[in-house]
Design a protein around this ligand. Structure first.
Ligand code: F3S
Length: 698
């Protein structure tokens, strides 16, 4: 952004780089510390949370402590891991100590941890472009399981390559690494390396700051870079700017007054250059990712004062610098619809988005979806292009908060309106149970309220059974202004049932076989779902055996095979059979047994006049008291009891009355005769009878 001042002969512009100041990661870390402090927690940070004395001083004043190693933690103290991240060993140490931890590692740094971990595990040696003494780099190295080597620049890389070029190599960089140096390093690598993986992990915020600083310093006569003396990304900005014009690195805006003479002299010198044709003096300002917005504002103010006091005085009609600044900040405005590419996914909470702009875009989980059961990785992947709406622009911090959910809802709501108009059935997932009903999220991401009475469940049913279920519903009411929609699962279920019924009555015929679920039981039968329509199996049709009630043989939820015994289209009654004629035990009995057969049977019950004995499943015959023994019997119980196995002769079968008469006595008589015959035959025909025995017999 450009502002300026003028006197009769000299004009000047004061331009602040479009991306300058707090980056997303630092802003997030600082906010987490303030949040923890205001929640009353005892807070320690592993190193200063940001390379800025003013911010760190304020945090210390509010009670935060800075420690240099985990062992310094006090009991119960919450450790905040700063945006630089830490090594895996530090995580392990923290786990063992058990102190509460707030992990503010920047998602971009986390991505490098993952890359190093995966590449090492894949057997590649990892070269990391960066400062080996920087905590971020030390944390990154701590995620490697194999060889990890850090190099500072192209020269060191060349040296490494010349010494031994790893056969399998992965190259990555510290997030704040200089873009130009990175390009030089890539060029230094052999183009024909057979197994080389290159990961450009330079953070967009850093890259944007560097390229903006580069562009701005190319067209400026002098540059001011604000940021901590130890801030790696600020030092890179200083480097970049110094290649193009005289540059001053300041930690604090007040330092500028000490530099006023130097800056004024450089300004005069630039204007006095003999080959210069442009009469306007151009001053550029940028700031590192750890510089808060108020410091940038102070630099702008002090710089104007220095120029105005030492060189010239701006004309009153000149464009206000602050106004110009504001205009620039509004390039991406709240409410804009933008497209973004997913750059990384941070755990379970955020998605970082490349907007192709200077700012870093991010989407929190709640702005990604309304479905709380989902994780960001369930919904998007790195490289996906997303339609988004801008919900917050923070120019000072260089971030843009975006929402996918709201765009989905806007698009989705059009579908809702159409569905209401056309009576279309929609699909969605039940995401929560709320007072009076359920919330379903459509496939387009729109929330639809489903009243309990429209859930399709019984009145007293627990709505939670539908949680996370995919359901079909119709839109029954829409409030366009408030973007509220009401749906009904019941209407769809009713319509489905009706359609199934019509289909059934149009095609069903006696004898048709179905496999259906038992929906309910009464004393007189079982109701079976035939696919949207219920039919009844009478208790007498459930089993060939004698049963007292349906629950003796089936339970609700059982799947059984049934066939249509009778249909009444007028009353819409369907009578079903479950037992099959071919399984009729009487039919089987008469096919396999006949009068005169001698069989084993089990006594199943005793009466005064005899005992009932079971021959096969479902077939019992009566042994009359007179047939229980060859002797006279006065009390049945004296001879048999339930459970006894007896040998009986079938003496009569009355097919009409389905009665069978049995006799133990007849069986004994017949078997006695047979035994006698067998014994006599054995004497006559035995070839093995000894001679002595034979003579004895004689
Ligand atoms: Fe993260 Fe980039 Fe800042 S890596 S901490 S957003 S400079």
């Amino acid at each position: 952004m450009r502002g300026g001042g003028a006197v009769s002969a000299i004009r000047y512009t004061l331009t602040t780089a479009k991306s300058a100041g707090f980056c997303f990661g630092v802003d997030r870390a600082v906010k987490l510390v303030y949040e923890a402090l205001s929640a009353g927690k005892q807070v320690a940070t592993l190193g200063p949370v940001v390379h800025n004395d003013a911010v760190v001083g304020d945090l210390l004043e509010k009670g935060a402590r800075i420690i240099s190693q985990v062992s310094e933690l006090r009991e119960g103290e919450t450790l905040i891991i700063r945006a630089h991240g830490v090594s895996r060993a530090v995580y392990e140490e923290l786990r063992q100590r058990g102190n509460p931890v707030i992990d503010a590692t920047c998602p971009f740094v986390e991505r490098i941890h993952r890359i190093v971990e995966e590449q090492s595990a894949a057997g590649r040696e990892v070269f990391i472009a960066g400062d080996p003494d920087h905590p971020e780099v030390q944390g990154i190295v701590g995620f490697g399981t194999g060889n990890c080597t850090v190099f500072r620049d192209e020269t060191e890389l060349k040296y490494l390559i010349d010494r031994t070029l790893p056969k399998r190599l992965a190259l990555t960089a510290q997030t704040t690494y200089n873009k130009i140096s990175w390009a030089d390093c890539i060029k230094a690598l052999p183009a024909d390396h057979p197994d080389l993986q290159i990961f450009d992990t330079i953070c967009n915020a850093t890259a944007a700051r560097q390229s903006d600083a580069d562009a701005l310093s190319r067209e400026s006569d002098l540059m001011i870079v604000a940021g901590g003396r130890h801030s790696s990304n600020t030092l890179k900005l200083v480097d970049v700017c110094r290649r193009n014009c005289p540059t001053w690195h300041i930690d604090d805006a007040r330092e500028m007054f000490g530099l006023a003479d130097e800056i004024s002299a450089a300004a005069r010198e630039a204007l006095a250059k003999p080959q210069r044709s442009d009469p306007v003096l151009h001053i550029g300002i940028t700031a590192g990712a750890s510089t808060p917005a108020h410091i940038i504002k102070e630099v702008q103010t002090y710089m104007s004062e220095i120029i105005d006091t030492n060189i010239t005085t701006p004309d009153s009609e000149d464009v206000s610098f602050v106004d110009e600044l504001e205009k620039t900040f509004k390039k991406i405005r709240k409410g804009d619809r933008v497209k973004g590419i997913v750059a990384s996914i941070s755990g379970n909470s955020e998605v970082m988005v490349d907007l192709g702009a200077k700012q870093t875009g991010y989407i929190t989980l709640s702005e990604l979806t309304s479905d709380t059961s989902k994780k960001p990785s369930d919904l998007v992947a790195v490289g996906d292009e997303l339609d988004l709406v801008v919900i917050q622009v923070n120019d000072a911090e260089g971030t843009v908060q975006l929402s996918k959910r709201r765009v989905d809802e806007m698009i989705g709501f059009e579908t809702i309106l159409k569905a209401k108009e056309e009576g279309t059935v929609l699909e969605g997932t039940i995401v929560s149970v709320v007072k009076g009903g359920l919330i379903a999220v459509t496939t387009d991401g729109v929330n639809v309220f489903i009243p309990a009475s429209h859930s399709g469940l019984r009145r007293d049913a627990d709505l939670n059974v539908l949680l996370k279920q995919t359901v079909r519903f119709k839109i029954i009411d829409v409030n366009e202004q408030r973007r509220r929609a009401v749906g009904s699962i019941r209407e769809v279920a009713d319509a489905d049932r009706k359609a199934a019924e019509e289909r059934f009555w149009a095609t069903a015929k006696v004898g048709d076989v179905f496999t259906g679920e038992v929906k309910s039981l009464t004393n007189y039968g079982a109701f079976v779902d035939l696919g949207g329509i219920d039919g009844m199996v009478h208790v007498s049709e459930l089993s060939w055996s004698r049963i007292h009630q349906p629950s003796d043989v089936v339970a609700v939820g059982d799947t059984i095979e049934v066939y249509i015994k009778a249909l009444n289209p007028e009353t819409r009654r369907i009578s079903l059979g479950h037992r099959r004629p071919e399984d009729n035990p009487w039919v089987k009995f008469v096919q396999n047994y006949a009068v005169g057969d001698i069989v084993d049977a089990t006594i199943v019950s005793i009466t005064a006049f005899g005992a009932f004995a079971r021959i096969t499943d479902g077939i019992d015959g009566l042994i009359h008291i007179s047939q229980l023994s060859e002797q006279r019997v006065t009390n049945v119980k004296d001879v048999v009891k339930a459970g006894d196995t007896v040998t009986v002769k079938i003496t009569a079968i009355d097919e009409e009355k389905k009665r069978i008469s049995l006799s133990i006595r007849a069986a004994l008589e017949e078997l006695g005769t047979e035994n006698a015959e067998t014994e006599s035959e054995e004497v006559v025909y035995s070839d093995e009878t000894p001679a002595d025995d034979a003579s004895d017999a004689e």
